[in-house]
Design a protein around this ligand. Sequence first.
Ligand SMILES: [Mn+2]
Length: 406
Amino acid sequence: MKILHTADWHLGKKLNGFSRHNEQVLILDEICTIADNQKVDLVLVAGDLFDGPNPSSESTELFFKTLKRLSADGSRAVVAIAGNHDSPERIAAPEPLALACGIVLLGFPDALVPHFETEKGVKSTKAHPGFLEMELPGVQFPVRLILTPFANEVRLRKYLGQENATLELKNLLSSNWETLANDHCDNDGVNILMTHLYFVPETGEIEAESDDERSIAGLGGTDAFPVSMFPSQIQYVALGHIHKFWKVSSKPFPVVYSSSPLCYSLSEAGQEKFVLIVDAVPQKAVTLDKIKLENGKKVFRKTFDSVDETVSWLSENPDVLVELTVVSDEYLKTEDTKRIYAAHEGILDLIPKSRKQVLTLSNPAVPVDIQLDKIKLFEDFFKQKKGQNPSEELKELFFEILNSES
Ligand SMILES: [Mn+2]
């Protein structure tokens, strides 16, 4: 059977105030086309479906349209779990409608999926809190899913004590997974685990979380978990949370972050984005295929030495999002700033930077002399604040303001 693994859609996400909605429409269309072309039997969406707990109607509509299309009129199963950005209640609310189409939406880690069956033959055959077994049309064996939406001390409060909640959470998850796997995951079916948490390898590389996700540990969230927590019956672990494609571990089975479909923060600048196609049969190692997504805008962080260089790069790369740093001797003039912004629609930020040493008020190069004339004082002040000389234009403006006040 073929499984499409995606995650971290973050519908409604803005980057430095830039709406990504139009890109999200295109990228989800691309994912639907891949699911059709690859003749996928099951789609897994590993959390952070929306960017926030109260998505707009625009994002909600896109979400349901996409799930409906992915479900191919009830002939393909679609399973989506809540991530840390999602409201678990809101994700779970449309369950009765969604199940009728073969779409499973899980909000809480202990959710129990009611029995469902579509006319085209997607059918639940067993369910426990956090576990679902299904029969799929054209697939000769059952697929078992251990499903854990984002879990932290808050969302699992009723199961955890007050002290050392993080360690308790780890023990609770691993013992729960172990029990579910022992009870339901034998060699007659395909056994998959999907969750939205931060996992790290037993040793070696640790992946930095993106700007967006870094704050989680501080928000009543969870620390990194080791991959050794997964039960041995599992053949593939579909993860969400880290926005970069990352195979956390490949033995004894792949534990993988699929990547988000778009670059959602500047720390993801330059990343390629993927969906994963997992080919699975009982008792065998799965095969994994990365399919690169093409429809998202590239995100860049660029530094240029002159305004001309900046403008020429911008005109050669019209369809990207970019954070610009422009290094110069003199502070950027208004006309320079205007020229740069006029050259491009996707400037996330424009950071002027001086070649000279930056002086600060706490460390001024010269003590302030109030006998100096006002223009000279303004120049010194500007130099201290910005580390550059004010332009003639700016000095003239200051002079004008001085005169108008007298
Ligand atoms: Mn995310």
